[in-house]
Write a protein that binds this ligand. Structure first.
Ligand code: FAD
Length: 305
Protein backbone atom coordinates (compact mmCIF):
# COMPACT_ATOMS: atom_id res chain seq x y z
CA UNK A 1 0.00 0.00 0.00
CA UNK A 2 2.69 2.48 1.10
CA UNK A 3 4.77 1.27 -1.83
CA UNK A 4 2.01 2.06 -4.35
CA UNK A 5 1.53 5.53 -2.84
CA UNK A 6 5.24 6.25 -3.10
CA UNK A 7 5.33 5.02 -6.70
CA UNK A 8 2.44 7.35 -7.56
CA UNK A 9 4.20 10.22 -5.75
CA UNK A 10 7.40 9.43 -7.67
CA UNK A 11 5.70 10.79 -10.80
CA UNK A 12 4.23 13.94 -9.24
CA UNK A 13 6.03 17.21 -10.09
CA UNK A 14 4.55 18.84 -6.95
CA UNK A 15 5.90 16.12 -4.65
CA UNK A 16 9.22 16.30 -6.50
CA UNK A 17 9.52 20.00 -5.60
CA UNK A 18 8.49 19.38 -1.98
CA UNK A 19 10.80 16.41 -1.31
CA UNK A 20 13.76 17.95 -3.16
CA UNK A 21 13.30 21.08 -1.06
CA UNK A 22 14.08 19.43 2.31
CA UNK A 23 17.61 20.53 3.19
CA UNK A 24 18.51 17.12 4.67
CA UNK A 25 17.21 15.11 1.77
CA UNK A 26 20.59 15.11 0.05
CA UNK A 27 22.12 13.40 3.07
CA UNK A 28 19.59 10.56 2.83
CA UNK A 29 19.87 10.39 -0.95
CA UNK A 30 23.63 9.87 -0.61
CA UNK A 31 22.95 6.41 0.76
CA UNK A 32 21.65 5.36 -2.68
CA UNK A 33 23.39 7.77 -5.07
CA UNK A 34 27.16 7.97 -5.60
CA UNK A 35 27.34 11.75 -6.00
CA UNK A 36 26.48 14.61 -8.32
CA UNK A 37 29.06 14.48 -11.09
CA UNK A 38 31.33 12.26 -13.17
CA UNK A 39 34.18 12.76 -10.66
CA UNK A 40 32.03 11.31 -7.86
CA UNK A 41 31.00 8.44 -10.12
CA UNK A 42 34.63 7.65 -10.94
CA UNK A 43 35.59 7.62 -7.25
CA UNK A 44 32.83 5.06 -6.67
CA UNK A 45 34.06 3.02 -9.66
CA UNK A 46 37.58 3.01 -8.22
CA UNK A 47 36.38 1.99 -4.75
CA UNK A 48 34.12 -0.78 -5.99
CA UNK A 49 36.49 -2.24 -8.57
CA UNK A 50 39.25 -2.25 -5.92
CA UNK A 51 36.89 -4.49 -3.93
CA UNK A 52 36.64 -6.89 -6.92
CA UNK A 53 33.17 -5.70 -7.92
CA UNK A 54 32.16 -4.59 -11.43
CA UNK A 55 29.98 -1.55 -12.01
CA UNK A 56 27.35 -0.13 -14.31
CA UNK A 57 27.05 3.65 -14.17
CA UNK A 58 23.66 5.32 -14.50
CA UNK A 59 23.52 9.05 -15.16
CA UNK A 60 20.32 9.91 -13.28
CA UNK A 61 17.43 11.34 -15.26
CA UNK A 62 14.29 10.09 -16.96
CA UNK A 63 11.15 11.04 -18.84
CA UNK A 64 12.42 14.15 -20.55
CA UNK A 65 10.35 15.82 -23.26
CA UNK A 66 13.01 18.47 -23.82
CA UNK A 67 15.37 17.84 -26.75
CA UNK A 68 18.10 19.91 -25.12
CA UNK A 69 17.96 17.89 -21.90
CA UNK A 70 18.08 14.65 -23.94
CA UNK A 71 21.21 15.87 -25.75
CA UNK A 72 22.76 16.92 -22.41
CA UNK A 73 22.28 13.38 -21.10
CA UNK A 74 24.13 11.99 -24.12
CA UNK A 75 26.94 14.44 -23.41
CA UNK A 76 27.10 13.36 -19.77
CA UNK A 77 27.50 9.71 -20.82
CA UNK A 78 30.20 10.67 -23.35
CA UNK A 79 32.07 12.54 -20.59
CA UNK A 80 31.99 9.70 -18.10
CA UNK A 81 32.90 7.09 -20.72
CA UNK A 82 35.82 9.23 -21.86
CA UNK A 83 37.01 9.43 -18.25
CA UNK A 84 36.66 5.65 -17.85
CA UNK A 85 38.84 4.86 -20.87
CA UNK A 86 42.27 5.48 -19.24
CA UNK A 87 41.31 3.31 -16.26
CA UNK A 88 41.43 0.30 -18.62
CA UNK A 89 38.66 -1.54 -16.79
CA UNK A 90 37.01 -2.73 -20.02
CA UNK A 91 33.64 -4.38 -19.42
CA UNK A 92 34.13 -4.22 -15.64
CA UNK A 93 32.75 -0.67 -15.87
CA UNK A 94 29.83 -0.33 -18.28
CA UNK A 95 26.90 2.13 -18.40
CA UNK A 96 23.13 1.76 -18.00
CA UNK A 97 20.84 4.03 -19.99
CA UNK A 98 17.18 4.96 -19.57
CA UNK A 99 15.88 5.64 -23.08
CA UNK A 100 13.29 8.08 -21.67
CA UNK A 101 16.22 10.29 -20.62
CA UNK A 102 17.49 10.49 -24.21
CA UNK A 103 14.18 11.34 -25.89
CA UNK A 104 12.08 8.15 -26.15
CA UNK A 105 8.91 10.05 -25.22
CA UNK A 106 9.59 12.65 -27.91
CA UNK A 107 10.56 10.49 -30.82
CA UNK A 108 11.61 6.84 -31.12
CA UNK A 109 14.27 7.57 -33.74
CA UNK A 110 15.78 10.44 -31.72
CA UNK A 111 16.19 8.04 -28.78
CA UNK A 112 17.75 5.47 -31.12
CA UNK A 113 20.25 8.03 -32.50
CA UNK A 114 21.15 9.16 -28.99
CA UNK A 115 21.53 5.59 -27.73
CA UNK A 116 23.74 4.86 -30.74
CA UNK A 117 26.02 7.77 -29.80
CA UNK A 118 26.34 6.40 -26.26
CA UNK A 119 27.08 2.89 -27.57
CA UNK A 120 29.80 4.32 -29.86
CA UNK A 121 31.38 6.17 -26.90
CA UNK A 122 31.19 2.98 -24.84
CA UNK A 123 32.92 1.02 -27.58
CA UNK A 124 35.72 3.66 -27.69
CA UNK A 125 36.12 3.14 -23.94
CA UNK A 126 36.31 -0.64 -24.42
CA UNK A 127 32.98 -1.30 -22.76
CA UNK A 128 29.27 -1.61 -23.41
CA UNK A 129 25.74 -0.41 -22.59
CA UNK A 130 22.72 -1.98 -20.93
CA UNK A 131 19.28 -0.45 -21.56
CA UNK A 132 17.20 -0.09 -18.41
CA UNK A 133 13.53 -1.03 -18.73
CA UNK A 134 10.94 1.55 -17.68
CA UNK A 135 7.13 1.45 -17.51
CA UNK A 136 5.26 -1.11 -19.64
CA UNK A 137 4.28 1.38 -22.34
CA UNK A 138 7.95 1.64 -23.35
CA UNK A 139 8.82 -2.06 -23.64
CA UNK A 140 8.12 -2.52 -27.37
CA UNK A 141 10.04 0.62 -28.27
CA UNK A 142 12.98 -0.35 -26.01
CA UNK A 143 13.21 -3.87 -27.45
CA UNK A 144 13.02 -2.51 -30.97
CA UNK A 145 15.84 -0.03 -30.23
CA UNK A 146 17.83 -2.89 -28.68
CA UNK A 147 17.47 -4.99 -31.85
CA UNK A 148 18.70 -2.13 -34.04
CA UNK A 149 21.59 -1.23 -31.73
CA UNK A 150 22.76 -4.83 -31.58
CA UNK A 151 23.35 -4.84 -35.35
CA UNK A 152 26.31 -2.47 -34.79
CA UNK A 153 26.94 -3.00 -31.06
CA UNK A 154 26.26 -6.69 -30.44
CA UNK A 155 27.11 -6.59 -26.74
CA UNK A 156 24.30 -4.16 -25.88
CA UNK A 157 22.15 -5.58 -23.09
CA UNK A 158 18.65 -4.95 -21.77
CA UNK A 159 16.70 -5.26 -18.53
CA UNK A 160 13.56 -7.43 -18.45
CA UNK A 161 11.00 -7.12 -15.65
CA UNK A 162 9.68 -10.40 -14.22
CA UNK A 163 6.41 -8.78 -13.05
CA UNK A 164 5.17 -8.22 -16.62
CA UNK A 165 3.05 -11.06 -18.06
CA UNK A 166 4.83 -10.71 -21.41
CA UNK A 167 8.35 -11.19 -20.05
CA UNK A 168 8.65 -14.98 -20.32
CA UNK A 169 7.97 -14.69 -24.07
CA UNK A 170 10.39 -11.76 -24.38
CA UNK A 171 13.08 -13.80 -22.61
CA UNK A 172 12.62 -16.73 -24.98
CA UNK A 173 13.16 -14.31 -27.89
CA UNK A 174 16.28 -13.00 -26.15
CA UNK A 175 17.83 -16.34 -25.23
CA UNK A 176 20.23 -16.49 -28.20
CA UNK A 177 24.03 -16.65 -28.15
CA UNK A 178 25.62 -13.29 -27.25
CA UNK A 179 22.45 -11.87 -25.72
CA UNK A 180 22.91 -10.00 -22.40
CA UNK A 181 19.80 -9.78 -20.23
CA UNK A 182 19.43 -8.26 -16.79
CA UNK A 183 16.49 -9.84 -14.98
CA UNK A 184 14.77 -7.60 -12.41
CA UNK A 185 11.49 -7.91 -10.49
CA UNK A 186 10.27 -4.51 -11.81
CA UNK A 187 10.09 -1.16 -10.06
CA UNK A 188 7.13 0.76 -11.57
CA UNK A 189 3.42 0.93 -10.61
CA UNK A 190 1.82 -1.23 -13.29
CA UNK A 191 -1.87 -2.11 -13.81
CA UNK A 192 -3.21 -5.62 -13.11
CA UNK A 193 -3.94 -5.99 -16.84
CA UNK A 194 -0.22 -6.24 -17.64
CA UNK A 195 1.65 -7.22 -14.48
CA UNK A 196 1.55 -9.48 -11.43
CA UNK A 197 0.59 -7.44 -8.37
CA UNK A 198 1.46 -9.54 -5.31
CA UNK A 199 4.99 -10.13 -4.06
CA UNK A 200 4.52 -13.90 -4.13
CA UNK A 201 3.34 -13.89 -7.76
CA UNK A 202 6.22 -11.60 -8.77
CA UNK A 203 8.72 -13.88 -7.02
CA UNK A 204 7.27 -16.97 -8.75
CA UNK A 205 7.41 -15.19 -12.12
CA UNK A 206 11.03 -14.25 -11.40
CA UNK A 207 11.91 -17.93 -10.92
CA UNK A 208 10.19 -18.90 -14.20
CA UNK A 209 12.06 -16.12 -16.01
CA UNK A 210 15.34 -17.07 -14.37
CA UNK A 211 14.94 -20.65 -15.54
CA UNK A 212 14.49 -19.48 -19.15
CA UNK A 213 17.57 -17.26 -18.88
CA UNK A 214 19.82 -19.84 -17.25
CA UNK A 215 18.77 -22.56 -19.73
CA UNK A 216 19.25 -20.20 -22.70
CA UNK A 217 22.41 -19.35 -24.60
CA UNK A 218 22.73 -15.72 -23.50
CA UNK A 219 24.54 -14.16 -20.55
CA UNK A 220 22.21 -13.82 -17.52
CA UNK A 221 22.57 -10.77 -15.28
CA UNK A 222 20.63 -11.68 -12.17
CA UNK A 223 19.65 -8.37 -10.58
CA UNK A 224 18.16 -8.94 -7.15
CA UNK A 225 18.96 -8.56 -3.45
CA UNK A 226 16.65 -11.44 -2.58
CA UNK A 227 18.49 -14.30 -0.81
CA UNK A 228 16.01 -16.93 -1.93
CA UNK A 229 16.43 -15.97 -5.58
CA UNK A 230 20.20 -15.93 -5.19
CA UNK A 231 20.08 -19.52 -3.84
CA UNK A 232 17.86 -20.59 -6.73
CA UNK A 233 20.31 -18.95 -9.17
CA UNK A 234 23.13 -21.05 -7.68
CA UNK A 235 21.08 -24.24 -8.18
CA UNK A 236 20.12 -23.35 -11.74
CA UNK A 237 23.72 -22.43 -12.62
CA UNK A 238 24.85 -25.86 -11.38
CA UNK A 239 22.06 -27.68 -13.17
CA UNK A 240 22.83 -25.89 -16.46
CA UNK A 241 26.59 -26.29 -16.21
CA UNK A 242 27.21 -22.55 -15.99
CA UNK A 243 30.61 -21.64 -14.58
CA UNK A 244 31.08 -18.61 -12.28
CA UNK A 245 31.86 -16.42 -15.31
CA UNK A 246 28.78 -17.69 -17.18
CA UNK A 247 26.42 -15.28 -15.37
CA UNK A 248 26.61 -12.37 -12.95
CA UNK A 249 24.74 -10.94 -10.01
CA UNK A 250 23.78 -7.28 -9.99
CA UNK A 251 22.77 -5.14 -7.01
CA UNK A 252 22.11 -1.47 -6.41
CA UNK A 253 24.64 0.95 -4.93
CA UNK A 254 24.18 1.18 -1.16
CA UNK A 255 21.88 -1.83 -0.87
CA UNK A 256 23.17 -5.04 0.75
CA UNK A 257 26.82 -4.08 0.27
CA UNK A 258 27.83 -6.89 2.67
CA UNK A 259 26.11 -9.42 0.39
CA UNK A 260 27.73 -7.89 -2.72
CA UNK A 261 31.18 -8.32 -1.18
CA UNK A 262 30.47 -11.80 0.19
CA UNK A 263 29.35 -13.08 -3.23
CA UNK A 264 32.42 -11.57 -4.89
CA UNK A 265 34.72 -13.11 -2.25
CA UNK A 266 33.09 -16.49 -2.91
CA UNK A 267 34.09 -16.17 -6.59
CA UNK A 268 30.86 -14.91 -8.18
CA UNK A 269 30.82 -12.04 -10.66
CA UNK A 270 28.98 -9.14 -9.04
CA UNK A 271 28.15 -5.82 -10.67
CA UNK A 272 26.93 -2.79 -8.74
CA UNK A 273 24.51 -0.36 -10.38
CA UNK A 274 25.88 3.08 -9.52
CA UNK A 275 23.56 6.05 -10.08
CA UNK A 276 25.02 9.55 -10.02
CA UNK A 277 23.80 13.04 -10.92
CA UNK A 278 21.41 15.59 -9.49
CA UNK A 279 18.14 14.31 -10.99
CA UNK A 280 17.73 11.68 -8.29
CA UNK A 281 14.05 12.13 -7.35
CA UNK A 282 12.39 9.28 -9.36
CA UNK A 283 15.18 6.81 -8.54
CA UNK A 284 15.14 7.70 -4.84
CA UNK A 285 11.36 7.38 -4.53
CA UNK A 286 11.41 3.91 -6.16
CA UNK A 287 14.01 2.81 -3.58
CA UNK A 288 11.77 4.10 -0.76
CA UNK A 289 8.78 2.28 -2.30
CA UNK A 290 10.67 -1.03 -2.28
CA UNK A 291 11.24 -0.98 1.45
CA UNK A 292 9.18 0.72 4.18
CA UNK A 293 12.29 0.73 6.43
CA UNK A 294 13.85 3.21 4.00
CA UNK A 295 10.92 5.57 4.55
CA UNK A 296 11.42 5.32 8.31
CA UNK A 297 15.13 6.10 7.81
CA UNK A 298 14.18 9.14 5.71
CA UNK A 299 11.65 10.41 8.27
CA UNK A 300 14.08 9.88 11.17
CA UNK A 301 16.67 11.99 9.35
CA UNK A 302 14.13 14.80 8.91
CA UNK A 303 13.24 14.71 12.62
CA UNK A 304 16.84 14.63 13.80
CA UNK A 305 17.76 17.84 11.92
P1 FAD B 1 12.83 -7.39 -2.98
O1 FAD B 1 11.88 -8.48 -2.64
O2 FAD B 1 12.29 -6.02 -3.24
O3 FAD B 1 13.96 -7.28 -1.90
C1 FAD B 1 14.66 -8.38 -1.35
C2 FAD B 1 15.50 -7.89 -0.19
O4 FAD B 1 16.50 -6.98 -0.68
C3 FAD B 1 14.71 -7.06 0.82
O5 FAD B 1 14.13 -7.86 1.80
C4 FAD B 1 15.79 -6.16 1.38
O6 FAD B 1 16.60 -6.86 2.30
C5 FAD B 1 16.65 -5.87 0.18
N1 FAD B 1 16.20 -4.65 -0.55
C6 FAD B 1 15.53 -4.60 -1.73
N2 FAD B 1 15.30 -3.32 -2.10
C7 FAD B 1 15.82 -2.56 -1.13
C8 FAD B 1 15.90 -1.15 -0.92
N3 FAD B 1 15.38 -0.28 -1.79
N4 FAD B 1 16.50 -0.71 0.20
C9 FAD B 1 17.04 -1.56 1.09
N5 FAD B 1 16.98 -2.91 0.96
C10 FAD B 1 16.39 -3.41 -0.13
N6 FAD B 1 13.77 -2.14 -12.18
C11 FAD B 1 13.18 -1.82 -13.35
O7 FAD B 1 11.95 -1.74 -13.44
N7 FAD B 1 13.96 -1.55 -14.47
C12 FAD B 1 15.32 -1.66 -14.45
O8 FAD B 1 15.96 -1.44 -15.49
C13 FAD B 1 15.95 -2.02 -13.22
N8 FAD B 1 17.29 -2.14 -13.13
C14 FAD B 1 17.83 -2.64 -11.99
C15 FAD B 1 19.21 -2.90 -11.93
C16 FAD B 1 19.75 -3.54 -10.82
C17 FAD B 1 21.22 -3.84 -10.80
C18 FAD B 1 18.91 -3.89 -9.72
C19 FAD B 1 19.46 -4.63 -8.53
C20 FAD B 1 17.58 -3.57 -9.74
C21 FAD B 1 17.02 -2.94 -10.84
N9 FAD B 1 15.67 -2.63 -10.89
C22 FAD B 1 15.11 -2.25 -12.08
C23 FAD B 1 14.85 -2.64 -9.64
C24 FAD B 1 14.13 -3.96 -9.45
O9 FAD B 1 13.07 -4.07 -10.38
C25 FAD B 1 13.57 -4.09 -8.03
O10 FAD B 1 12.66 -3.07 -7.79
C26 FAD B 1 14.60 -4.04 -6.92
O11 FAD B 1 15.76 -4.72 -7.31
C27 FAD B 1 14.09 -4.70 -5.64
O12 FAD B 1 13.80 -6.04 -5.88
P2 FAD B 1 14.63 -7.27 -5.26
O13 FAD B 1 14.79 -8.26 -6.38
O14 FAD B 1 15.88 -6.82 -4.66
O15 FAD B 1 13.65 -7.94 -4.26
Amino acid sequence: MLGSILLAVSRSPLARRAVSGFPVTRHVVDRFVAGEDAGDALSAVQRLTDARLSVTLDHLGEETKDTRAAAETVKAYATVLDALRPLGLGGRAEVSVKLSAVGQALDHSLALDHAREICAAAREAGTTVTLDMEDHTTVDSTLSILRTLREDFPSTGVAIQAYLFRSEADLRDLSYEGSRVRLVKGAYAEPASVAHQSKIEVDKAYVRCLRILMEGKGYPMVATHDDRLISITELLADRNGRERDGFEYQMLYGIRTDKQEALARAGSSVRVYVPYGDDWYGYFMRRLAERPANVAFFLRSLRSK
